[in-house]
Design a protein around this ligand. Structure first.
Ligand code: HMG
Ligand code: MG
Length: 287
């Protein structure tokens, strides 16, 4: 049976824009976030505090966090790789942070210049500090189905890593099909393995739509009882360290699917489509 309600985590302003060739100015980034919040999205990944040499598109995320019109019912999330990034996120008044590692050792190296074990070692002080300052921490496990460098990934590896992140204090794990290679049968296998170690209430899914299967995968996840779905407005995105990976599943498509399945979400689709038009117009101006 399907859940009666689901929640969207909008990742377009971060996972989407980080992969565009050009850098968007603060005005575009903040207006996009404001429009998404106005459409009723409660969780928005607004930027990241990573090395600007690695991901120049996310430079000046502090100004994004200062520039947005804060709504009291919206969580503005910052992606951080280490304690330095976490402290910057706190200074910028992020309501939540997301940390990220990968089920693939090779991808962790390309993405963060260190091993999975080193990722976890960097997260430990973040989780300690986050507890002190009462900031919820979301953990990403990327490359859950396939890796651009290692190929297929074992579901057990995903499950073990997700369980470690929960044990360290993450309140939620987002399972990332970073390259969009998952087939629904694979998604089912992964979820089966993960749910043995992590309660389904603590799981989110994050699909890219490279092979056009993202919505089918989301449906599978809903059938497993997952109620948190990451998506990006206008299907923005990809990954700078996964060549050929196409965008995230589009938020407006996920909302259409939830409507079709009679699953509540609290989002105004008309306003959401306006946000999509806005960012698509901004993108087309630059090409
Ligand atoms: P490094 O070069 O190995 O680290 O990078 P370092 O510690 O030697 O630092 C190098 C420089 O970066 C230093 O500056 C640091 O101060 C600075 P310099 O002395 O050269 O002037 N630095 C920072 N600056 C700003 N904010 C920070 C920070 N940390 C260090 N937080 C590092 C290691 C982890 C920093 C780097 O590899 C990095 O930033 N990686 C992040 C790359 C990234 O954002 N990738 C995209 C993430 S998306 C993803 O993973 C998938 C996901 O979307 C889910 C899915 O799709 O499946 C989440
Ligand atoms: Mg992603």
């Amino acid at each position: 049976t399907l859940p009666s309600a689901a929640r969207i985590v909008e990742v377009g302003p971060r996972d989407g824009l980080q992969n565009e060739k050009r850098y968007f100015d603060i005005g575009v980034r903040t207006q996009l976030i404001n429009m998404l919040a106005d459409a009723g999205i409660s969780h928005i990944e607004a930027g990241s505090f990573v090395s600007p040499k690695w991901v120049p598109q996310m430079a000046n995320s502090d100004q994004v966090f200062t520039g947005i019109e804060r709504r009291s019912d919206t969580f503005y999330i910052a992606l951080v790789p280490n304690l330095q990034g976490f402290e910057l996120a706190v200074q910028a008044r992020a309501n939540e942070v997301a940390i990220f590692t990968s089920a693939s050792e090779a991808f962790a190296q390309k993405n963060t210049n260190c091993s999975i074990a080193e990722n976890l070692a960097r997260f430990s002080p973040i989780l300690t500090r986050a507890k002190q300052v009462s900031i919820p921490v979301r953990g990403y496990v990327s490359c859950i189905a396939g890796c651009p460098y290692e190929g297929d990934i074992e579901p057990e590896a995903v499950a073990n890593l997700a369980a470690k992140l929960i044990a360290m204090g993450c309140y939620e794990i987002s399972l990332g099909d970073t390259i969009g290679s998952a087939r629904p049968e694979q998604t089912a296998q992964i979820l089966k393995a993960v749910i043995q170690q992590v309660p389904v209430e603590k799981l989110a899914v994050h699909f890219h739509d490279t092979n056009g299967r993202a919505l089918d995968n989301i449906r599978t996840a809903l059938e497993f009882g997952v109620t948190v779905i990451d998506s990006a407005i206008a299907g923005l995105g990809g990954c700078p360290y996964a060549e050929g990976a196409s965008g995230n599943v589009a938020s407006e498509s996920v909302i259409a699917l939830l409507n079709e399945l009679n699953i509540e979400h609290g989002i105004d689709l008309t306003k959401l489509l306006k946000a999509s038009d806005f960012i698509q117009a901004a993108l087309s101006k630059t090409q």
